[in-house]
Design a protein around this ligand. Structure first.
Ligand SMILES: Cc1ncc(COP(=O)(O)O)c(C=O)c1O
Length: 416
């Protein structure tokens, strides 16, 4: 009997998402024990202290004032001109850049990463990212016929960016590939909350310049999905002034998302932006990515583009949005501080957390540790190298005690 109809490249594609799996286990515990007794640190969105999804008041006010047709109209293929203008300004006002730049609208940051992988890595080639990373990078690579390889994000002491491993992996891959796409998620990295320091960025830039020799091309994709939860704007966006003197065979891409920065996850709107000293490379970026937009989604949510534009074009709205972002960022920061302080006091080792939604705890057997934590009705996400604790969604009152219990769970699971 024929029981597979999928094309050969699509056979056996099933999605296992540890985040949704952990969240389902948590929901079952809530049904059995009640919401108050369970700590749900699995969810990757900002929840208020009452457990409800956070909304930015400025976003709500403007959305509610918009005309029906602003939601229902088709948008332009590469994104509405004034939305693209807003995105370019939001990103490049921090870049102090006198080269060429452009952007296309995408289905959130995910769509931007998809376009970068689809159009800037050869089929069969490896895309390079860090070992601690968002699992979806691998899925996007597999879907588009690319491989993924990893460099170690941290040094052995888990104190800083592993510049050496980054340089070695770039060098190795460029011995067999003529081009390389690198994805760096910073600041407020998922799942660790890490952010490259200014010196670490300088090292990365030097490595890119050194390895992009005459016939080798490098594309760097900076995934800034969580940037407005990292720190105040002047700090979080400051690394953008680093890309000014990259050569023409290094292309810088940025994946911009409205999901976190506007708390607009479900509206699926973002952009892929590019900058290069070579005008032809930017013209090619526009053409290639417009083609991909047409093939994959035709065009992006008009309402969210109009909303972004309205906020950008009005200084008062821009200031109000920044206040909303600061409020949510500070709420998450307070929770993370409680966790990090307790971890320090009880001797729980965590990877360096600098800001953002998540804190990561290294562990040899993350699944066993998470199962042990379930006995305390604490639910976090087991990843390959450790446990992800979502400060973004865990109410402050539930955080004291979690780090201590995690330390105990790690010790117990070592003896299992
Ligand atoms: C590291 C990282 N990048 C990008 C995204 C994309 O998010 P969205 O497609 O909602 O913009 C996410 C979402 O969780 C993420 O964790």
């Amino acid at each position: 009997m024929i029981n597979t109809m999928a094309a050969s490249h699509a056979v056996n594609r099933t999605l296992y998402d540890p985040i949704f799996a952990a969240n389902s286990a948590c929901k079952a515990a809530i049904l059995e024990h009640g919401k108050d007794k369970v700590t749900n640190a699995t969810i990757g969105v900002v929840l208020n202290e009452d457990g409800k999804l956070s909304v930015m008041p400025t976003v709500e006010k403007i959305f509610r004032s918009m005309k029906m047709t602003e939601f229902t109209a088709y948008a332009a293929l590469s994104g509405n001109a004034d939305f693209i203008d807003a995105v370019k300004n939001i990103i490049f006002s921090h870049a102090n850049y006198d080269g060429y730049f452009s952007a296309v609208a995408t289905a959130g940051g995910t769509g931007a990463i998809h376009h970068a992988v689809a159009n800037y890595a050869e089929r069969g080639d490896a895309v390079l990212t860090s070992d601690w990373c968002w699992g979806n990078y691998k899925i996007i690579c597999a879907e588009t016929g690319k491989r993924i390889e990893y460099f170690k994000l941290f040094n052995d002491e888990l104190t800083a960016f592993n510049v050496k491993d980054f340089a070695d992996k770039v060098e190795n891959l460029l011995t067999t590939q003529n081009s390389l796409l690198i994805i760096l998620n910073t600041p407020a990295h998922n799942p660790t909350g890490y952010a490259l320091s200014s010196d670490e960025w300088d090292n990365v830039i030097e490595i890119l310049k050194a390895k992009a020799t005459k016939d080798k091309k490098i594309t760097l994709l900076v995934d800034i999905a969580y940037i407005d939860f990292a720190a105040e704007k002047s700090v979080a966006w400051s690394f953008f002034d680093k890309f000014g003197d990259l050569p023409a065979n290094v292309l810088t891409l940025v994946s911009f998302s409205m999901s976190k920065s506007y708390a607009l996850y479900g509206q699926r709107t973002g952009a892929l932006a590019a900058f290069s000293p070579n005008q032809h490379v930017i013209k090619e970026f526009d053409d290639t990515n417009k083609y991909s937009c047409r093939a994959i989604w035709s065009n992006i949510n008009n309402g969210a583009q109009v909303l972004c534009t309205k906020i950008f074009q009005d200084k008062n709205f821009t200031a109000e949005l920044e206040q909303d972002q600061t409020k949510l960022r500070n709420m998450v920061k307070r929770r993370a501080e409680v966790f990090v302080d307790e971890a320090k006091n009880c001797g729980l080792k965590i990877v360096p957390y600098k800001g953002g939604f998540f804190i990561a705890v290294p562990a040899e057997n993350p699944v066993a540790v998470c199962n042990e934590l379930h006995k305390d009705l604490i639910y976090a996400v087991p990843l390959q190298y450790g446990i992800r604790f979502a400060a973004c969604s865990t109410p402050l009152e539930k955080i004291p005690g979690v780090a201590t219990k995690m330390k105990r769970a790690i010790e117990v699971s070592k003896n299992v």
